[in-house]
Design a protein around this ligand. Structure first.
Ligand SMILES: *Cc1c(COP(=O)(O)O)cnc(C)c1O
Length: 484
């Protein structure tokens, strides 16, 4: 079987010039965001026929990942190097299947995406992307400094992915006293000389503003070669396509169609499912589950995308109003017109409402179903799942399960439906206990961090103070070749 396709090139979602500006994978990996502020998307997706997809059945996860990623990396990585990197990335997972499937009832399955080092699904992408960064930089003889802000899960996953890498230093800013103990300890107990968690005396927004300020300082940016591994990096999306294939193949694809219910915040995860379907995988329905921050559910149901204030919920990793990866879908809905995307997003930023486009919305509503799940239903779903199956699920996973059940109740649907389990229940013990009266047992690797010494660095809510800290602790001082 041959999976070879022409080298994939990438466009910016805001680029109107098209082909001329297309970039290769290595460039978009390192850049993250396009120079015009847009997000990178593949110029076109290859289609795998049934035979090609059938030929992927039964591969171990790392081998499957190497085959899928090969479609996206162009000439940036050879097949052997990519296989090695995938083996290393998923070698850190605690389950032999990497993403095991668990059956809940005749129709409904859970895909457990929390067996990586930080017990949430972001490890699936970041463990690999950290290695891809390091490999590319080593080859170029460069080093970079990654800076980001975190309200919890992303920070620990990014630190765990970048720790001990030769070409990277990483600094994650978190709001002091405003994240859970487990989340803080997952960051502060990492004993690696290049991985730093910084407690900022402020809110998450303050942390984000400091990061923006650092990136806006051209001298610092050049000196430290600042970079980001946030969720808009296309490499993360590409890595997330793999588990849709793994699950669908295990449940009978390509002969049988499978549906997925995805707990959605930034639209990265479910967009990866959309790309898996675009590659030819037999996916029937993609069902979005949102919490009370339901901008995407409102859009899919009515065509009206309007920002509302962010509400704190039991599923904090989805407390998001502006789903940054939605821009990638919008590019597709607008027929690949970067100027139309740029104009719409300017208006969205200015007025808080996306201009109405009936045709685009009807297209989107055919591609995705969506359900809003409030905290009360989230708790009820954790309780029901526990009573029916003996399994504890975390609140994000419960949103997916609730969305899957609503979809089955409303439309029946076809074939099996897979709810993505994005976090381990022990990461959100309060909600789980409130719903069931049972405390989720801490897995040994999480229990361990309770006894490990913490390295807590507190800095004021001040970009200059953070910049001084970075200059003093980042290993790199950029060689002059990068100064242009
Ligand atoms: C980040 C996250 C999500 C949301 O994923 P998106 O790709 O942002 O839609 C859901 N659940 C958990 C546990 C997360 O950490």
């Amino acid at each position: 079987m041959q999976l070879y396709v022409a080298l994939m090139r990438y466009l910016s979602t805001r680029d109107s010039g098209r082909r001329s500006a297309a970039l290769g994978f290595e460039e978009i990996l390192l850049a993250g965001l396009a120079a015009d502020g847009g997000l990178f998307v593949p110029e076109r997706l290859p289609t795998l026929d049934r035979e090609a997809i059938g030929g992927l059945a039964g591969l171990p996860y790392a081998a499957l990942a190497a085959r899928i990623l090969a479609l996206f990396v162009g000439d940036a990585f050879g097949a052997a190097e990519l296989s090695q990197l995938c083996l290393r990335a998923y070698g850190s997972f605690r389950h032999a299947a990497i993403t095991p499937l668990v059956q809940l009832d005749e129709r409904l399955w859970l895909l457990e995406l929390f067996h990586g080092p930080t017990f949430a699904f972001k490890d699936l992408a970041l463990q690999l992307v950290g290695l891809l960064f390091d490999a590319v930089l080593a080859r170029r003889g460069e080093t970079i400094t990654i800076v980001g802000a975190t309200s919890g899960d992303t920070g620990s996953a990014a630190l765990a992915a970048c720790r001990d890498k030769a070409a990277l230093d990483i600094f994650m800013l978190y709001p002091r006293g405003r994240i859970s103990d487990v989340q803080r300890r997952q960051m502060t107990t990492i004993a690696a000389p290049n991985a730093h968690a910084l407690a900022i005396e402020g809110t998450f927004d303050d942390c984000q503003n400091i990061v923006k300020g650092l990136f806006a300082d051209p001298v610092l940016r050049r000196e430290l070669a600042l970079s980001a591994v946030n969720s808009i990096n296309f490499a993360r999306v590409a890595a997330q396509i793999v588990y849709y294939f793994a699950a669908a193949l295990a449940l009978g694809a390509p002969a049988r169609g499978v549906s997925f219910a995805v707990p959605t915040g930034n639209f990265g995860n479910v967009y990866a499912g959309h790309l898996a379907r675009g590659l030819g995988l037999s996916i029937n329905d993609l069902v979005i589950g949102t919490n009370e921050n339901d901008i995407l559910a409102r859009y899919m149901r009515s065509g009206d995308m309007a920002i509302a204030p962010v509400t704190a919920t039991l599923s904090p990793s989805m407390d998001i109003q502006i789903a940054s990866n939605f821009e990638r879908l919008l590019f597709e809905l607008k027929g690949g017109s970067g100027s139309a995307v740029a104009a719409d997003l300017t208006e969205f930023r200015e007025t808080g409402r996306l201009p109405n486009d009936e045709q685009a919305w009807r297209h989107a509503a055919r591609l995705f179903a969506a359900h809003r799940v409030n905290d009360q239903t989230t708790l009820a779903m954790i309780a029901d799942t526990y009573h029916q199956t003996g399994r504890l699920i975390d609140p994000h996973t419960a949103v997916a399960v609730a969305a899957a059940r609503s979809e089955l109740a409303e439309h029946g649907g076809r074939g099996p439906i897979v709810a993505l389990a994005t976090a381990h229940p022990a990461k959100f013990p309060e909600a789980v206990e409130r719903a069931t009266g049972v405390r989720a047992p801490l897995p040994p690797a999480l229990a361990e961090i309770i006894d490990k010494p913490e390295r807590i660095i507190v800095l004021p809510n001040d970009a200059d103070a953070v910049a001084r800290y970075l200059r003093a602790h980042a290993r790199r001082v950029r060689p002059s070749q990068g100064a242009a």
